[in-house]
Design a protein around this ligand. Structure first.
Ligand SMILES: Nc1ncnc2c1ncn2[C@@H]1O[C@H](COP(=O)(O)OP(=O)(O)OP(=O)(O)O)[C@@H](O)[C@H]1O
Ligand SMILES: [Mg+2]
Length: 434
């Protein structure tokens, strides 16, 4: 299907990270996304991916939006905002719907996804995404895109991504305090994957590791769909804190030393390389072997990748990740990161930068911009979908013919489905229902 966007539209991604706020302005037309402007400012209002100080976050969002507006020459009113943090969970679910007219339409797909969302979640949590793993049309499974297929019954297996409602609301509140409307809230690592991972890689199985300042997020794609997500509450800031403590230097200096001289693998550093370390509390600067810096960095990076490895093994999907690992997020910019990750994870690893955008794309080159660009691409997809819906507006009768979608099922019916799933009798229940 050709993407239909007759009039170019502005789509803005707002990546709200633990260390920085990044606003990316894109112009979306039928050819894709053109980057018009970027605003990237440091932010101290979050802890481990979660807003902890509204005032500081609002100030940084406002600054990032203002510089992106100035560069792009457009007024920003609506954004796609990222959310992250350890409160993110992933749970499997299924949905089913009758197909109207004998051919699966986009409306049928939306209905079946609504059905998959209709499971009880804790009162203080909300569903962010229903990410399809596979569709089933009648007795055929393993379908990626069922639109246009013939059949009478459409099923779907999804991973539901849920988040703490208060954390999502705080993101929205911060944006609204800057007079912005949030079009959608998107899992940050999902946005990074959107910008940095190809459809082919997703198809043959790939692990995406987004190492930010506060968290390291893991996403596993198998057969084109998301099969696993998890969040490790450690990232680049932990490395910086280790350097500050180990070399007894202020955090700002530790960050500078890390960026300029840091290396994740000690053996890649020449024995006689030296760096100058500024002292704290009036102490004189001193010369230190660069190897000492990497000896501080290495164990922390090793620890993070070891946890990632354990999570991949526990998911049972290790053997299905034929495309290996893609690294995103600013934390992976350390020298030696790719080599070290390959060693610990035992898979081919590549460093990702956003792809598939035009315009001043050099301004968003680098793994730390993947989430911001991915948010724009996510918004562009939503725009394409909305336009193609307008172009093929469903006949009301066709919508009405759908029987017993789970989204509108009674509480008793929903509980029955949940119980049936627990007992492994879901497919029996489906056969009986239709
Ligand atoms: N050149 C560099 N070398 C090493 N580390 C770097 C470099 N540039 C940035 N970083 C590190 O990347 C981290 C920030 O990455 P990123 O911008 O992806 O995080 P974030 O989105 O703000 O945080 P999170 O995603 O965890 O909420 C910081 O810890 C920073 O020290
Ligand atoms: Mg991030």
């Amino acid at each position: 299907m050709k993407n239909r966007v007759d009039e170019p539209e502005i789509v803005v991604g707002l990546d709200i990270g633990t260390t920085k706020i990044c606003a990316v302005v894109g112009e979306v037309d039928s050819e894709g996304v053109t980057i018009l402007g970027v605003g990237n400012v440091p932010c101290r209002g979050l802890r481990k991916g979660v807003v902890s100080n509204i005032e500081w976050t609002v100030r940084s969002i406002s600054d990032a939006i203002e510089s992106a507006q100035t560069m792009a020459g457009v007024e920003i009113r609506t954004v796609y905002a990222s959310v992250g943090g350890s409160h993110i969970r992933s749970i499997p679910s299924d949905g089913v719907a009758a197909v109207g007219g004998g051919e699966v339409s986009r409306v049928d797909v939306e209905r079946v996804l609504e059905g998959a969302r209709a499971i009880p979640v804790d009162a203080d949590r909300q569903i962010l995404h229903a990410l399809p793993r596979e569709f089933m049309v009648d007795n055929q499974d393993g379908i990626r895109d069922p639109v246009g297929m013939s059949g009478v019954r459409l099923g779907v297996r999804v991973n539901l991504i849920t988040a703490a409602t208060s954390c999502v609301q705080n993101v929205i509140r911060c944006a609204e305090r800057c007079n912005l409307t949030v079009a959608d809230v998107v899992l940050g690592s999902l946005a990074s994957a959107e910008a940095a991972v190809s459809e082919d890689e997703k198809e043959i199985g790939v692990a995406v590791i987004d190492m930010g300042g506060g968290t390291t997020d893991l996403l596993l794609f198998v057969d084109g769909g998301i099969a696993h997500t998890s969040v490790i509450p450690a990232g680049g800031m932990n490395v910086t804190a280790d350097i500050a403590a180990g070399l007894r230097t202020p955090m700002g200096e530790a960050e500078r030393l890390k960026r300029n001289f840091g290396c994740a693998l000690g053996r890649m550093v020449a024995e006689d390389d030296e760096i100058e370390v500024p002292g704290v509390g009036g102490h004189m600067p001193r010369k230190v072997a660069r190897r000492v810096l990497s000896d501080i960095i290495e164990p922390r990076v090793e620890e993070i990748f070891a946890v990632v490895r354990k999570r991949i093994e526990d998911s049972g999907l290790l053997e299905q990740l034929s495309a290996g690992v893609v690294l995103t997020g600013g934390g992976v910019l350390l020298e030696g990161m790719t080599e070290f990750a390959e060693e610990i994870l035992g898979m081919p690893v590549r460093l990702a930068t956003p792809v598939g955008v035009r315009g001043i794309s050099q301004l968003v080159a680098g793994p730390q911009f993947a989430a911001g660009v991915g948010l724009v691409q996510f918004g562009a997809k939503a725009l394409f979908a909305a336009r193609s819906d307008e172009a093929s507006a469903p006949e009301p009768a066709r919508v009405q013919r759908i029987q017993r979608p789970l989204a509108t099922a009674s509480v008793e019916e929903t509980l029955e489905v949940v119980q049936a799933k627990k007992n492994g009798r879901f497919w029996n229940w489906l056969r009986a229902a239709f």
